[in-house]
Design a protein around this ligand. Structure first.
Ligand code: ADP
Length: 249
């Protein structure tokens, strides 16, 4: 479980995150959604300790982030970003096993784990001999997910992991990812600005605006019982193209 209590973070005059309190429950998927610049990525970066809050505190399974060595927290959290963040000069295999090698795992142990993970993320193991530039966007994200899962972390943080993919590949990977989250029973925090994706993944959705939480709850609650007119506007805005089509029919 990850808990943010009264967390604020400023960059110069920009209040990236303002007095945010939220809980990402164990074995659940929490989706952070909101317009561009609403603070979603900053919340994720705060959770993994890549940036420090100005005020408030963050606890992972009851341990305050500042009171434990950051590397121990990071080993318990896998992190996937939009473009995958793979090192271009390393093969898929070297990318996925980077942390394990750093921790001194034997080659046999690494191979066994990579075998498990290729099966889990449904990637042919021959792809692991290739460099990121030789892989498709979807394959790259599968390798990124393997890297994030290598140490079997309790927590997975994903920052628009499907944002750069074309729609068909995106749908495939959405389904595979949801299946993986369910099978592994991990605590997942998933950032997206896509309302359909939020509904698809989120046990709980946290809608952010200008660094503040507007509403938290299952997507059905945001739809049926919006906390403010902004909630409805945000949801409606993304349905607009479909509505227009419906109106034309
Ligand atoms: P989102 O992920 O919702 O698009 P971000 O968390 O990336 O939003 O950003 C929230 C706000 O904080 C934005 O106004 C952004 O420009 C600002 N911001 C984020 N990171 C930095 C940074 N490292 N330096 C300066 N401003 C930043």
């Amino acid at each position: 479980m990850i808990e943010l209590t009264g967390v604020s973070k400023r960059y110069g005059d920009t209040h990236a995150v303002q007095d945010v309190s939220l809980t990402a429950e164990t074995a659940n998927t929490t989706v952070l959604i909101g317009p561009s610049g609403s603070g979603k990525s900053t919340v994720l970066r705060l959770m993994i300790g890549l940036t420090q809050p100005d005020t408030g505190h963050i606890a992972v399974d009851g341990q305050r982030l500042r009171s434990v060595p950051l590397h121990s927290i990071r080993h318990r959290m896998g992190y996937v970003i939009q473009e995958g963040g793979l090192f271009p000069h390393l093969t898929g295999r070297a990318n996925a096993s980077l942390l394990a090698r750093h921790l001194g795992w034997s080659a046999d142990r690494i191979d066994a784990r990579l075998d498990e993970l290729t099966e889990l993320v449904q990637l042919s193991s021959t792809r692991l001999t290739q460099y990121p530039s030789e892989l498709s966007g979807g394959q790259r994200q599968r390798v990124s997910l393997m890297r994030a899962l290598m140490l079997d972390p309790d927590v997975l943080l994903l920052d628009e992991p499907l944002g750069a993919l074309d729609p068909m590949i995106r749908t495939d990977l959405q389904e595979d990812l949801r299946d993986i989250f369910r099978r592994l029973n991990k605590t997942v925090v998933f950032v997206t600005h896509d309302i359909g994706e939020a509904a698809f993944f989120g046990d709980q959705v946290v809608l952010l605006r200008r660094g503040q939480v507007v509403q938290t709850g299952p997507m059905s609650k945001l739809l049926k019982d919006p906390a403010s007119s902004f909630v409805t506007e945000f949801i409606q805005a993304q349905r607009a193209p479909l509505k227009q089509l419906e109106a034309e029919e």
